[in-house]
Write a protein that binds this ligand. Structure first.
Ligand code: A2P
Length: 274
């Protein structure tokens, strides 16, 4: 199965389902990424802070897939932000990944208290112009950070990777992304697994004969978000990719839109410094 692709604002395309490797230890990463690639995933999302870029590299080498068939994202860690440190950090990620370019490079968190994300963005623009990354984007940016980047007059991020799941749908920030032409990519799309237990989710799952994870992932996909489900379990890795085959009714989509508790599973981007 070839995962569905969606168009980004710089003319590139991204597979809408990616495989996230956050919290997968380095020694397990090669096996998990190999399973994902064998199951049909072509989009892998890592970050320098995850400490597993070399495991991703080993899986890519072991499966022997052509580079042009893969979509690889990594991220700049917070302490590497800044005019002098950003490009060496990207080059070090490329070295660990065994690649001469990534498809997407993201600023991992805005860290507004350090106020370096704008000069960092200029380095990402240069890196994209020099071919070290095809696309550039951000992660965990709030509206004020996106607006500040747009005011610089250069590139607009292709996407904003943020925490989104049924109990934290982030309707306002998603609407801001959309209005600015920025795609929304959901991290912890299952609420780190916790949202799978929501009675509304399990009811829809038994009604349509899908699993709770597939219901949540189908909701993201039909709402035009890119999703990065993480699993180290072979059956779940396949099950999550097969969510693309499921179509939810408008009533089910609206029911899932309505489960906001405002509770994050991850840090608050306004204050997180890493
Ligand atoms: P595991 O890795 O042990 O398979 P999120 O992507 O929202 O952060 O959620 C990740 C968590 O959800 C992990 O604990 C993962 O467990 C679990 N998970 C991933 N896919 C599924 C699935 N299809 N069914 C149940 N749990 C899942």
């Amino acid at each position: 199965m070839t995962p569905h692709q969606i168009a980004l604002n710089d003319g590139t395309q991204i597979p809408q389902i990616g495989f996230g490797v956050f919290l997968i230890p380095e020694e397990e990463t090669q096996r998990a990424v190999e399973l994902a690639l064998e199951a049909g995933y072509r989009h892998i999302d890592t970050a320098s802070i995850y400490g597993n870029e070399k495991g991703v590299a080993r899986a890519i080498t072991a499966t022997g897939l052509p580079r042009e068939d893969l979509y690889i994202t990594t991220k700049l860690w917070n302490e590497d932000q800044g005019a002098a440190t950003t490009r060496p950090a990207l080059e070090a990620s490329l070295e660990r990944l065994g690649l001469d370019y990534v498809n997407l490079y993201l600023i991992h968190w805005p860290v507004p208290s350090r106020n370096l994300y704008r000069e960092t963005w200029e380095v990402l623009e240069e890196a994209a112009n020099d071919g070290l990354t095809r696309s550039i984007g951000v992660s965990n940016f709030l509206e004020e950070h996106l607006t500040a980047l747009a005011a610089m007059g250069g590139r607009i991020p292709v996407l904003n990777q943020i925490e989104v799941h049924p109990t934290l749908p982030q309707h306002d920030l998603v609407a801001t992304n959309t209005a600015m032409g920025i795609a929304t990519e959901a991290w912890s799309p299952l609420g780190r697994g916790a949202d799978l237990e929501m009675p509304e989710v399990t009811a829809i799952a038994s009604h349509i004969g899908a699993t709770p994870a597939q219901v949540i992932l189908a909701w993201h996909l039909q709402r035009d978000r890119i999703v990065l489900p993480k699993s180290v379990t072979p059956e779940r890795i396949q099950e999550n990719l097969a969510a693309a085959e499921i179509t939810l009714s408008p009533a089910d989509l609206e029911a899932l839109d309505d489960l906001d508790t405002g509770v994050r599973v991850g840090p608050d981007p306004a204050t997180f410094i890493g």
